[in-house]
Design a protein around this ligand. Structure first.
Ligand code: MG
Length: 174
């Protein structure tokens, strides 16, 4: 059985992942509005991934016979000054998510809840990738700066990103 503290932390994380999904959907829509279809696609894939993260945590609570309680999702920003600013906010946000994930792992560790520690390892690795990809995007957009052709080519490249079902969900029927 999960401790009350761990149950609540994971339940709160479901809300945080759904809020992340909502944030990236908002960035996707703003990018589309600014005429960057590729960036809009990149953030739409991000939106799908965050919903999958929430789903993985929901499945995990269900599998441990712990009830999921959905909470209110806070409002998100709806416009950014530039695409570069979106990616800077993405990195800032993912660093925050990393600290939330680490906190859950620390609680699981204190509880000696090995199944939960094992589940959190996937998320710990995922956060390394999330921060790395946000940093790469910042570097790319800083490199092209105000070069219109560079922006055009970069946008075209981001249009090719596709959503892949994360491995913890790919192995189930969902
Ligand atoms: Mg996430």
């Amino acid at each position: 059985m999960l401790s009350k503290k761990l149950h609540e932390a994971i339940n709160d994380q479901i809300n945080a992942e759904l809020w992340s999904a909502y944030l990236y959907l908002s960035m996707s829509l703003d990018a589309d509005n600014k005429g960057f279809k590729g960036v809009a696609n990149w953030f739409y894939v991000q939106f799908q991934e965050e919903q999958a993260h929430a789903r993985i945590f929901m499945n995990y609570l269900n599998s441990r016979d712990a009830k999921v309680e959905l909470k209110e999702i806070d409002k998100v920003e709806t416009s950014w000054d530039s695409i570069l600013d979106m990616f800077k906010d993405t990195l800032k946000h993912e660093k925050k998510v990393t600290s939330l994930i680490n906190n859950i792992a620390a609680i699981a560790n204190d509880d000696k809840d090995f199944a939960s520690i094992n589940r959190m390892v996937w998320f710990i690795d995922e956060q390394v990738e999330e921060e790395e990809s946000a940093r790469e995007m910042i570097q790319s957009f800083e490199a092209v700066a105000d070069n219109k052709y560079g922006m055009y080519m970069l946008d075209k490249e981001l249009a090719t990103r596709t959503y892949n079902v994360p491995s913890p969900l790919a192995s189930s029927a969902e």
